[in-house]
Design a protein around this ligand. Structure first.
Ligand code: BTN
Length: 263
Protein backbone atom coordinates (compact mmCIF):
# COMPACT_ATOMS: atom_id res chain seq x y z
CA UNK A 1 0.00 0.00 0.00
CA UNK A 2 1.30 3.50 -0.96
CA UNK A 3 1.29 5.97 1.91
CA UNK A 4 0.85 9.75 1.63
CA UNK A 5 4.21 11.54 2.01
CA UNK A 6 5.02 12.92 5.44
CA UNK A 7 7.72 15.43 4.60
CA UNK A 8 8.55 18.97 5.68
CA UNK A 9 7.36 20.13 2.20
CA UNK A 10 3.94 18.51 2.57
CA UNK A 11 3.57 19.68 6.18
CA UNK A 12 4.65 23.32 5.94
CA UNK A 13 1.69 24.70 3.90
CA UNK A 14 -0.67 22.90 6.27
CA UNK A 15 0.93 24.58 9.30
CA UNK A 16 0.70 28.17 8.05
CA UNK A 17 -1.32 30.34 10.43
CA UNK A 18 -0.83 28.09 13.45
CA UNK A 19 -0.23 29.79 16.79
CA UNK A 20 2.86 27.73 17.60
CA UNK A 21 5.59 28.21 14.94
CA UNK A 22 6.10 24.52 14.13
CA UNK A 23 9.49 23.55 12.71
CA UNK A 24 9.27 20.16 11.06
CA UNK A 25 12.07 17.62 10.92
CA UNK A 26 10.83 14.66 8.91
CA UNK A 27 12.70 11.35 8.63
CA UNK A 28 12.01 8.20 6.72
CA UNK A 29 13.51 5.92 9.36
CA UNK A 30 14.64 6.92 12.84
CA UNK A 31 15.34 5.09 16.09
CA UNK A 32 12.68 6.99 18.01
CA UNK A 33 11.20 10.45 17.42
CA UNK A 34 11.11 10.84 21.22
CA UNK A 35 14.87 10.29 21.53
CA UNK A 36 15.63 12.81 18.78
CA UNK A 37 13.19 15.44 20.09
CA UNK A 38 14.55 15.04 23.60
CA UNK A 39 18.12 15.49 22.41
CA UNK A 40 17.14 18.57 20.42
CA UNK A 41 15.31 20.00 23.46
CA UNK A 42 18.32 19.37 25.68
CA UNK A 43 20.36 21.37 23.19
CA UNK A 44 17.95 24.30 23.37
CA UNK A 45 15.48 23.55 20.53
CA UNK A 46 12.53 25.95 20.76
CA UNK A 47 8.89 25.19 21.47
CA UNK A 48 7.33 23.87 18.26
CA UNK A 49 10.24 21.67 17.18
CA UNK A 50 8.46 18.67 15.65
CA UNK A 51 10.08 15.36 14.74
CA UNK A 52 8.08 12.98 12.55
CA UNK A 53 9.12 9.67 11.00
CA UNK A 54 7.68 7.13 8.58
CA UNK A 55 9.05 4.28 10.71
CA UNK A 56 10.90 3.91 14.01
CA UNK A 57 13.32 1.05 14.58
CA UNK A 58 12.98 1.30 18.35
CA UNK A 59 9.87 3.27 19.21
CA UNK A 60 9.00 3.09 22.88
CA UNK A 61 5.90 3.48 24.93
CA UNK A 62 5.40 4.26 28.58
CA UNK A 63 7.08 2.14 31.25
CA UNK A 64 9.71 0.87 28.81
CA UNK A 65 7.23 -0.90 26.53
CA UNK A 66 8.18 -1.36 22.91
CA UNK A 67 6.08 0.58 20.40
CA UNK A 68 5.71 -1.02 16.96
CA UNK A 69 5.94 1.66 14.26
CA UNK A 70 5.31 0.24 10.78
CA UNK A 71 4.84 2.49 7.70
CA UNK A 72 1.41 4.09 7.45
CA UNK A 73 1.23 5.23 11.07
CA UNK A 74 1.80 8.65 12.51
CA UNK A 75 4.82 8.63 14.81
CA UNK A 76 5.89 12.03 16.07
CA UNK A 77 7.25 14.01 19.01
CA UNK A 78 7.35 17.71 19.72
CA UNK A 79 9.08 20.09 22.08
CA UNK A 80 7.17 22.39 24.42
CA UNK A 81 8.44 24.98 26.87
CA UNK A 82 5.24 25.32 28.88
CA UNK A 83 6.38 27.23 32.01
CA UNK A 84 4.31 24.94 34.20
CA UNK A 85 5.17 23.48 37.61
CA UNK A 86 6.21 19.80 37.25
CA UNK A 87 2.98 18.49 38.81
CA UNK A 88 0.97 20.21 36.06
CA UNK A 89 3.35 19.26 33.24
CA UNK A 90 2.27 15.59 33.44
CA UNK A 91 -1.30 16.74 32.62
CA UNK A 92 -0.10 17.64 29.13
CA UNK A 93 -0.65 13.97 28.29
CA UNK A 94 -4.39 14.54 28.83
CA UNK A 95 -4.25 17.75 26.77
CA UNK A 96 -2.71 15.72 23.93
CA UNK A 97 -5.10 12.77 24.40
CA UNK A 98 -8.17 15.06 24.25
CA UNK A 99 -6.85 16.77 21.09
CA UNK A 100 -6.02 13.39 19.57
CA UNK A 101 -9.40 11.79 20.28
CA UNK A 102 -11.13 14.84 18.77
CA UNK A 103 -8.85 14.76 15.72
CA UNK A 104 -9.27 11.09 14.86
CA UNK A 105 -13.05 11.48 15.17
CA UNK A 106 -13.09 14.34 12.65
CA UNK A 107 -12.69 12.59 9.25
CA UNK A 108 -15.23 9.95 10.32
CA UNK A 109 -16.49 9.41 13.85
CA UNK A 110 -14.68 6.28 14.99
CA UNK A 111 -15.93 6.78 18.55
CA UNK A 112 -12.41 7.45 19.87
CA UNK A 113 -12.33 7.79 23.66
CA UNK A 114 -9.61 8.36 26.27
CA UNK A 115 -8.50 5.66 28.63
CA UNK A 116 -6.61 7.49 31.36
CA UNK A 117 -3.76 8.20 31.55
CA UNK A 118 -2.53 8.06 27.97
CA UNK A 119 -4.44 5.79 25.62
CA UNK A 120 -6.95 6.55 22.90
CA UNK A 121 -9.27 3.64 22.21
CA UNK A 122 -11.81 2.99 19.44
CA UNK A 123 -14.16 0.04 19.27
CA UNK A 124 -12.61 -1.40 22.45
CA UNK A 125 -9.11 -1.48 20.96
CA UNK A 126 -6.06 0.75 21.34
CA UNK A 127 -5.75 3.24 18.47
CA UNK A 128 -3.12 5.63 19.80
CA UNK A 129 -0.86 6.39 22.74
CA UNK A 130 0.65 9.54 24.18
CA UNK A 131 3.59 10.06 26.50
CA UNK A 132 5.19 13.11 28.09
CA UNK A 133 8.87 13.30 28.99
CA UNK A 134 10.82 16.05 30.66
CA UNK A 135 13.78 17.12 28.58
CA UNK A 136 16.06 19.30 30.65
CA UNK A 137 15.59 22.86 31.79
CA UNK A 138 11.89 23.74 31.37
CA UNK A 139 11.34 21.61 28.28
CA UNK A 140 8.86 18.81 27.76
CA UNK A 141 8.60 16.36 24.87
CA UNK A 142 5.20 15.00 23.90
CA UNK A 143 5.41 11.74 21.93
CA UNK A 144 2.38 10.53 20.01
CA UNK A 145 1.80 7.30 18.11
CA UNK A 146 -1.37 6.79 16.06
CA UNK A 147 -2.15 3.71 14.02
CA UNK A 148 -3.57 5.60 11.06
CA UNK A 149 -3.28 3.68 7.77
CA UNK A 150 -1.77 0.58 9.36
CA UNK A 151 -3.13 -2.62 7.84
CA UNK A 152 -4.75 -5.01 10.32
CA UNK A 153 -2.04 -7.66 9.90
CA UNK A 154 0.69 -5.09 10.67
CA UNK A 155 -0.88 -4.03 13.96
CA UNK A 156 0.68 -5.27 17.20
CA UNK A 157 -0.60 -8.72 18.06
CA UNK A 158 -2.77 -9.01 21.16
CA UNK A 159 -0.70 -8.38 24.25
CA UNK A 160 -2.07 -6.29 27.03
CA UNK A 161 -4.59 -4.75 24.61
CA UNK A 162 -5.77 -5.50 21.13
CA UNK A 163 -4.81 -2.72 18.71
CA UNK A 164 -6.74 -1.05 15.93
CA UNK A 165 -6.11 1.61 13.28
CA UNK A 166 -8.13 4.39 11.66
CA UNK A 167 -8.01 2.31 8.47
CA UNK A 168 -9.41 -0.72 10.26
CA UNK A 169 -12.18 1.30 11.95
CA UNK A 170 -13.31 3.21 8.83
CA UNK A 171 -12.25 0.95 5.99
CA UNK A 172 -10.45 3.74 4.13
CA UNK A 173 -7.08 5.52 4.42
CA UNK A 174 -6.85 9.16 5.52
CA UNK A 175 -4.15 11.77 4.86
CA UNK A 176 -1.65 11.57 7.70
CA UNK A 177 -0.27 15.04 6.89
CA UNK A 178 -3.74 16.57 7.24
CA UNK A 179 -4.45 14.55 10.38
CA UNK A 180 -1.19 15.73 11.93
CA UNK A 181 -1.91 19.38 11.05
CA UNK A 182 -5.42 19.09 12.51
CA UNK A 183 -4.04 17.48 15.64
CA UNK A 184 -1.53 20.30 16.11
CA UNK A 185 -4.26 22.90 15.70
CA UNK A 186 -6.56 21.07 18.14
CA UNK A 187 -3.65 20.65 20.53
CA UNK A 188 -2.72 24.36 20.43
CA UNK A 189 -6.26 25.44 21.47
CA UNK A 190 -6.29 23.10 24.42
CA UNK A 191 -2.68 23.77 25.40
CA UNK A 192 -3.38 27.48 25.76
CA UNK A 193 -6.63 26.72 27.63
CA UNK A 194 -4.76 24.36 29.99
CA UNK A 195 -2.23 27.07 30.81
CA UNK A 196 -4.92 29.70 31.41
CA UNK A 197 -6.24 30.31 34.95
CA UNK A 198 -9.45 28.44 34.03
CA UNK A 199 -8.35 24.98 32.95
CA UNK A 200 -11.85 23.59 33.46
CA UNK A 201 -12.87 23.82 29.77
CA UNK A 202 -10.44 21.04 28.98
CA UNK A 203 -11.71 18.94 31.88
CA UNK A 204 -15.28 19.19 30.59
CA UNK A 205 -14.18 17.97 27.18
CA UNK A 206 -12.11 15.20 28.73
CA UNK A 207 -15.17 14.08 30.75
CA UNK A 208 -17.17 13.68 27.49
CA UNK A 209 -14.40 11.55 26.03
CA UNK A 210 -13.45 9.56 29.12
CA UNK A 211 -13.77 5.79 29.11
CA UNK A 212 -13.08 5.45 32.83
CA UNK A 213 -15.29 7.96 34.66
CA UNK A 214 -17.66 6.07 36.96
CA UNK A 215 -15.86 2.76 36.37
CA UNK A 216 -14.42 0.44 39.00
CA UNK A 217 -10.70 0.25 38.21
CA UNK A 218 -7.43 -1.21 39.38
CA UNK A 219 -4.53 1.25 39.31
CA UNK A 220 -0.88 0.56 39.90
CA UNK A 221 1.40 3.34 41.02
CA UNK A 222 4.95 2.03 41.11
CA UNK A 223 4.76 -1.02 43.40
CA UNK A 224 1.39 -0.14 44.89
CA UNK A 225 -2.03 -1.34 43.66
CA UNK A 226 -5.27 0.46 44.49
CA UNK A 227 -8.84 -0.26 43.50
CA UNK A 228 -11.74 2.14 43.40
CA UNK A 229 -14.38 3.92 41.36
CA UNK A 230 -13.22 6.81 39.19
CA UNK A 231 -15.07 9.56 40.93
CA UNK A 232 -13.50 12.75 39.60
CA UNK A 233 -11.40 14.18 36.79
CA UNK A 234 -9.28 17.12 37.87
CA UNK A 235 -8.04 20.19 36.00
CA UNK A 236 -4.39 19.08 36.32
CA UNK A 237 -5.08 15.78 34.47
CA UNK A 238 -5.33 13.75 37.68
CA UNK A 239 -8.19 11.42 38.60
CA UNK A 240 -9.78 10.82 41.99
CA UNK A 241 -10.71 7.29 43.03
CA UNK A 242 -13.29 6.47 45.70
CA UNK A 243 -11.92 3.40 47.46
CA UNK A 244 -14.02 0.61 49.02
CA UNK A 245 -13.61 2.16 52.51
CA UNK A 246 -15.10 5.45 51.24
CA UNK A 247 -11.81 7.34 51.26
CA UNK A 248 -10.56 9.25 48.23
CA UNK A 249 -7.22 8.88 46.49
CA UNK A 250 -5.87 11.21 43.82
CA UNK A 251 -3.58 9.91 41.07
CA UNK A 252 -1.55 12.03 38.64
CA UNK A 253 -0.88 10.85 35.06
CA UNK A 254 2.84 10.31 35.67
CA UNK A 255 5.04 7.78 33.89
CA UNK A 256 4.66 4.97 36.43
CA UNK A 257 0.89 4.78 36.72
CA UNK A 258 -1.32 2.26 34.88
CA UNK A 259 -5.02 1.64 35.04
CA UNK A 260 -7.34 -1.15 34.03
CA UNK A 261 -11.09 -1.19 34.09
CA UNK A 262 -12.35 -4.19 36.07
CA UNK A 263 -15.09 -6.25 34.44
C1 BTN B 1 2.11 4.45 25.08
O1 BTN B 1 0.96 4.13 24.75
O2 BTN B 1 2.76 3.79 25.91
C2 BTN B 1 2.73 5.69 24.46
C3 BTN B 1 3.20 5.40 23.07
C4 BTN B 1 3.93 6.54 22.43
C5 BTN B 1 4.52 6.13 21.09
C6 BTN B 1 5.08 7.29 20.36
S1 BTN B 1 5.43 6.93 18.66
C7 BTN B 1 6.27 8.44 18.50
C8 BTN B 1 7.06 8.65 19.76
N1 BTN B 1 8.35 7.99 19.69
C9 BTN B 1 8.47 6.99 20.54
O3 BTN B 1 9.48 6.25 20.66
N2 BTN B 1 7.35 6.87 21.25
C10 BTN B 1 6.37 7.87 20.90
Amino acid sequence: MEHDPLTAETMLPLLAGHTIPWQVRAYYRIVSTNDTARLLAEHGAPEGTLVVAETQSRGHGRRGNRWLSPPGGLWFSFVLRPHLPPERASGLSIVAAVALARTVNEPADVGARIKWPNDVFAGGRKLAGVMVLSAGEGAVVVGVGVNVNVLPDELPQPGRYEATSVLRETGSPVSRAKLLARFLSNFEDRYFAYRSPDGSRLTREWRELSLVIGEWVTATVGEETVQGTVFGLEDDGGIVLRLADGSHRKLLPTGTVTLSVVG
